[in-house]
Write a protein that binds this ligand. Sequence first.
Ligand code: 13P
Ligand code: SF4
Length: 364
Amino acid sequence: MNPLQQADIGPAYLEEQEQTLEERIAARKRALADRLLILGHHYQQDSVYKFADFTGDSLKLAREAALAQEREFIVFCGVHFMAESADILTGGTRKVILPDLRAGCPMADMAAIEDVEWAWQELTGVAEGARIVPITYVNSTAKIKAFVGERGGSVCTSSNAERVLTWALGRGEKVFFFPDEHLGRNSAYALGIPDDEVVVWHRAKPLGGNTPARLQKARVILWDGYCNVHMLFTAAHVTAWRQKDPDIKVIVHPECRHEVVRLADKYGSTEGIIKAVAESPAGSSWAIGTEINLVNRLRHEFPDKEIHLLAPFQCLCSTMYRIKPAYLLWVLDHLARGEVVNRITVPSAIAEKAKLALDRMLEI
Ligand code: 13P
Ligand code: SF4
C-alpha cells in the first residue's frame, strides 16, 4: 500500500470531456517527447492504454523499465508494485510516476512484511536445517522483494514462475512462495511436484495451520494470498463453455484456481494469452479467464475470432481501473510545469536488496 495520499485533482480534470482529455494528453506527450516514457499494463482501459509507448505483462514492462535509462520520467499506467519495481530497476535515477496513488494490488498487500518475517522464523524453526529459498511473485511490496533478495531468493512473474521455481528447488530443499497461492500451486503442479509436498501457509494461524511433520515433508510452501479478480473464474464456467461449444479453447491466467487451470487448454501471463489468441487461426473461438479490459481489447483486435470472457459477468481489476485519462493528464500537466507529482520512490536500503531479487529473476 502506498503511504502517500492521492490528491484531489478537481472538477477541471474530472469533468472534462473524454475527447478533450485525449487531445491534451497527446499534446503533452508530444511536448515532453523523449524525456517521457509511458508504460501500460494490458489491463489498462483503452483510453489510457493507447498512450503507452510500451505495453506488456509484468515481466516485459519490468524489462522496458530497466532499459529506460535515458528517459527522465517513466509514467507507469499499472499498479503500485509495478511502479516500485521500475524505480528499483532504474536505481532511483528516473522519476517513476503512478497517475493515481490509489492504484494498488490487493494481492500484494496480503503479504505484510511483519507476517512474512514471523512466518519465516516459525518455518526455519521446524525445518530442521533444511535450506529454504524464498520466491516472491512480482505482485508484492518492495519490502517483501528485499526480504527475498536478502535471503538468496528471486522474484518471479506469471510468465517465468515455473522456471524460477525450478531454479529455487535446485538450490534448496524447500521453497517459500509469496503471496499468490494459486500461481505457486499451478507452477508446482506443472513441475510434477506431488500434492502432498505442497502446503498452504495460512497467515493468521500458528505454523501457518500446519503440523511440524507436514512442514518437514513439504517442498513448496504457499502463502495464502489470491487475486480477487481471478478467483471469480470457476471450473463450472469452463464446463459450461465446453458444453455450449465443443470446439472452444479455454485459456486462463495462472492466478486462477488450480481446478480452473487444469481444465483449461492453456494458461499464461497476459502477454502469453495475447500471443495464443493472435496465433490461432481465423474462426477460432476462445473463452478467456482474465481481466475484462484485456478480453474486450482482444475481441476488438481479432474480429475474425470469437472471443468470450470465461465468466458470465464482468471481471474488472478496480485498482488498475483507477488510472483514468484525467489522472494521466494531471500528472503530465505537472511535468510540463516542471513539477513531479505522484513519484514512487523506494528507500535505497530496501531498493538495493529488492534489486538483488529482481536481477536474479532477469538472469534466470
Ligand atoms: P501479468 O504479468 O500476466 O501481466 O499479470 C499481472 C497481474 O497483475 C495479473 O493479475
Ligand atoms: Fe492485483 Fe489481481 Fe489486479 Fe492483477 S488483477 S493487479 S493481481 S488485483
